[in-house]
Design a protein. Structure first.
Length: 132
């Protein structure tokens, strides 16, 4: 694909990347924001996914590992963590690898945030019918 140049092309490119990484969960987040903050939706899709997630320097799998760690560290990111745990599974991480990443976060984020993240992972695993 040629480099997207128009605002609409950047959005469409980002939407392709978002769909391949986050699937329906990402689309639900975007839909929930579109009526109230359409510019935020555009920036998430066109810039966040079309520019950042689409960069060649890291694989989608590695990006999701990083995202899980950062969202766990931030805390109070339950919705985003749920979406990105699902995305991690979509791009090839196993449930065991997700749990290992969250266990590793205890060192830097503390037990409360890691425990919360594991609780969210448990919910996502149940919805997808997978288990570590």
């Amino acid at each position: 694909m040629d480099e997207p140049t128009t605002r609409q092309q950047r959005f469409e490119h980002g939407w392709e990347v978002l769909s391949s990484v986050d699937g329906e969960a990402g689309e639900r987040v975007i839909d929930s924001l579109s009526g109230v903050a359409p510019e935020l939706v555009h920036q998430i899709v066109a810039w966040g996914y079309g520019e950042i997630y689409a960069r060649p320097g890291l694989s989608p799998r590695d990006r999701q590992l990083m995202t899980l760690g950062m969202l766990t560290a931030l805390g109070d990111t339950h919705t985003e963590l749920e979406v990105h745990i699902g995305a991690a599974l979509t791009v090839g991480l196993t449930p065991e690898e997700v749990i290992e990443a969250l266990l590793h976060s205890v060192l830097y984020c503390g037990f409360p945030r890691a425990i919360n993240a594991v609780g969210i992972a448990k919910k996502v695993f149940a919805e997808r019918g997978v288990a570590p």
